[in-house]
Design a protein. Structure first.
Length: 128
């Protein structure tokens, strides 16, 4: 094979270092961009993290309400308790919200949520 004369010249042009820029912004905009990023990191990220943490810990309660879980008050209490112990109880509340008690309908006659006030009013109506 015959080597071309242009190969060393092309390699020299390709391998020569070019000017490197440390930023993608012009020098007069770097400080403004750094200020924006610092405000986002110091204010927006913690607020978003707290809101996300709160939403994740209230999610089992909303699932239990939507599915009319018979023990949704206990699931609600477990969700709130999980907020104060760093989220360790949250997976249990999540699993509990998606499961139904096995013998609940046999023991109480229904597997839907019934508020305690409603049951108390029904008992008072039966007594009268």
């Amino acid at each position: 094979m015959k080597k071309s004369i242009f190969t060393p010249a092309v390699l020299a042009i390709v391998l020569t270092p070019s000017l490197a820029n440390a930023s993608f912004l012009p020098p007069d905009l770097i400080d403004g961009f750094a200020n924006i990023i610092s405000w986002v990191v110091l204010i927006v990220l913690p607020v978003g993290f707290i809101a996300g943490f709160w939403y994740v810990h209230i999610l089992p309660d909303t699932i239990a309400k939507r599915r009319q879980h018979p023990q949704r008050d206990a699931i609600h209490a477990l969700c709130l308790l999980s907020l104060f112990v760093g989220g360790l109880l949250w997976p249990f509340a999540y699993l509990w919200a998606y499961t139904r008690p096995t013998m609940y309908k046999l023991a109480y006659g229904t597997d839907k949520y019934a508020p305690l006030e409603k049951e108390h009013q029904e008992e008072q109506a039966e007594v009268k």
